[in-house]
Design a protein around this ligand. Structure first.
Ligand SMILES: [Mg+2]
Length: 314
């Protein structure tokens, strides 16, 4: 499997998790029977249609694919998406985007939202879309950490949201370049010293506790823990990466609550580790979503972003 296959897999895995979980988001109880790309859910999605997680990642990737990480331009794309009247949108993301008149306003609007909602501004809405930031800066930890936090702060000023994006983007980098599933640990060194013990403890919990204990998971910390726990604790059947990717995404959905987002978060790192070839063709063929894209478009955006960022792609 080539590095390029893992780069492409990052966005495909994310979108597959998102579309798989879409039909079960915030159900009263976790799904008990078969888990499939059934559509429905809060946004009455079509089977295989991705939700806000992937749509917002597309906003970022369409910018990073041009070779820049221009925060104002990414913010403008977020606003274009919000003005398209999406079928679902997170609480704090929706509030911040509705208050801003241009991308340039977003960090200050997000900071004001955090100041007035200090207990409710660390939702998982930045973490769910963070994958393209890692692809844009592979093999440059400092750049990954800086950009992950800055892109998070367009809508989420709570430092825990930025922290979670730094950690997960480092995890994606390690999955692509070092073929590891536990690279999130390396990210702790790129957090402010004050919060490193908190995150180290949170990762230890995810390594030790049942994935299904991390609910509710609309909070960015429990969302990351749920995804990481599902990745590490779901056995790899007969050394088959494709089945591991599928089994983890299904387990991520079975955790319940914010099913599409937890599965999207898990899917980024799984796709980065196991590559695009591990995403089942039936899922890949079904994937589609705003703004009228399909899996081939996600593949194109992933490759352009990594090439623009200087990845070797070999
Ligand atoms: Mg969603």
């Amino acid at each position: 499997m080539s590095e390029q296959d893992r780069i492409v897999g990052t966005l495909l895995g994310m979108a597959a998790g998102d579309a798989l979980g879409a039909g079960y988001e915030f159900d009263d109880s976790p799904p008990r029977g078969e888990v499939a790309m059934i559509g429905g859910g809060l946004g009455d999605f079509a089977p295989g249609e991705w939700t806000d997680d992937t749509s917002m990642a597309v906003c970022i990737a369409e910018e990073t694919a041009t070779g820049t990480v221009d925060l104002d331009a990414i913010g403008d794309r977020f606003l274009d998406w919000q003005r398209s009247d999406p079928a679902d949108i997170g609480i704090s993301t929706g509030h911040v985007l509705r208050q801003a008149s241009s991308g340039r306003d977003l960090p200050s609007v997000a900071a004001a939202y955090f100041a007035s909602h200090p207990e409710g501004a660390a939702g998982n809405g930045a973490l769910m879309r963070t994958a393209p930031v890692a692809l844009a800066h592979l093999d440059d930890d400092a750049a990954i950490a800086g950009a992950a936090r800055a892109v998070a702060e367009l809508t989420h000023a709570d430092p825990l949201a930025g922290d979670s994006c730094v950690l997960w983007c480092i995890a994606i980098d390690r999955a692509i370049r070092q073929e590891r599933l536990d690279g999130v640990r390396d990210g702790v060194a790129y957090l402010p010293e004050l919060r490193r013990p908190f995150w180290s403890d949170a990762l230890t919990q995810a390594e030790q506790r049942s994935p299904r204990s991390f609910t509710p998971n609309g909070f960015t910390v429990t969302a990351l823990q749920a995804a990481y726990a599902a990745i590490l604790q779901t056995p790899m059947p007969d050394g088959d990466p494709a089945r591991h990717l599928q089994d983890v995404l299904i387990e991520a959905v079975r955790i319940g609550n914010d099913t599409d987002t937890v599965a999207a978060i898990a899917g980024m790192v799984l796709g980065a580790r196991w590559g695009a070839a591990a995403v089942p063709p039936t899922w890949r063929d079904m994937l589609h979503g705003w703004p009228g894209l399909r899996a081939t478009d996600l593949e194109r955006l992933a490759i352009l972003t990594a090439d623009a960022g200087g990845a070797s792609g070999n």
